[in-house]
Design a protein around this ligand. Structure first.
Ligand code: SF4
Length: 278
């Protein structure tokens, strides 16, 4: 059942004054320190001190009973304009884009365009633009598919998918997230044992960002209930036996009764691309 507070956008709990974000002080031995500081000050990374980590843990606990919209609202109020979202255009991501279009349509949203995605996935960028006016930005790896495969003597996804994901997703997210303090992730806890431990709000050490997972407590049924209720665009491959969609060479359709992520990196031990594992 879709949350009964689905369209509610009120804050949860008493309003509290929010402490300033702990931003790393720029120390430089540059001969022209003011200029160096000025350039870096536009992009100071967050410094996750003890107070800040405690604040995140408290908020995460408080938001356990909040609706996804309330969680997103909190994230936007606390971190915008340094709040962003990465999407692979999965059903959960489409639901979050729908919510953001009502809460904070100016939020920057990007897709890690590995060069190996399905055409049906890439087409969603245009469908999102038409429906919400939100332009999802493609973020590309350093090398084109051709150059990358030439460098490695063929496609690495066949022999070393971890390295391929690292080069074509993880590195790109590191780059794309520069200047941001927080990102929204579309993971659900019931998707995998790895994801079962995800907090609503937490410090993402890998990317040095606050990670906010508004759908952590939602089920697949709730996600599809909302898609159906609001006619949210979704990847048409879902109607053809692909419950979870990544890059084309690493995704297959699944049989009835198989786990929803069984079609990802089938034949390898790999279950995650590394974006959501520590
Ligand atoms: S999902 Fe496959 S093709 Fe895509 S980056 Fe990872 S290994 Fe490479």
């Amino acid at each position: 059942m879709v949350s009964n507070a689905e369209s509610k956008q009120t804050d949860v709990g008493p309003k509290r004054s929010r402490p300033p974000l702990p931003v790393l002080q720029v120390v430089t031995d540059d001969p022209n320190p003011e200029e160096a500081r000025g350039a870096l000050a536009a992009d100071p990374p967050l410094l996750p001190d003890d107070d800040f980590i405690r604040e995140l843990a408290e908020q995460s606990q408080r938001l356990e009973t909040a609706t996804p919209q309330e969680i997103l609202q909190w994230g936007v109020e606390r971190f915008a304009p340094r709040f962003t979202m990465a999407t692979a255009f999965g059903p959960e991501g489409m639901v979050i884009i729908h919510m953001l279009s009502e809460i904070a349509p100016e939020t920057s949203v990007f897709n890690l365009e590995t060069g190996y995605q399905f055409k049906e996935t890439l087409d969603l960028r245009e469908r999102v633009k038409q429906r919400y006016g939100i332009e999802v930005e493609f973020k590309y790896p350093e090398l084109s598919v051709e150059a990358y495969e030439q460098l490695h003597g063929g496609p690495l996804y066949k022999t070393d998918p971890n390295r391929c994901c690292f080069d074509r997703k993880i590195r790109v997210l590191h780059q794309a997230a520069r200047g941001c303090y927080a990102w929204a992730s579309a993971i659900r806890r019931d998707q995998s044992p790895d994801r079962a431990r995800a907090p609503i709000v937490g410090w993402d050490r890998k990317f040095q960002l606050v990670k906010i997972s508004p759908l952590a407590n939602w089920t697949k049924k709730q996600v599809w209930g909302m898609i159906s209720k609001h006619d949210i665009p979704y990847n048409e491959l879902h109607d053809r036996g692909y419950p979870s969609i990544g890059c084309k060479p690493c995704t297959r359709s699944v049989e009835l009764g198989e786990d929803e992520r069984a079609g990802r990196w089938s034949g390898f031990q790999k279950t995650e691309c590394g974006l959501h594992s520590s």
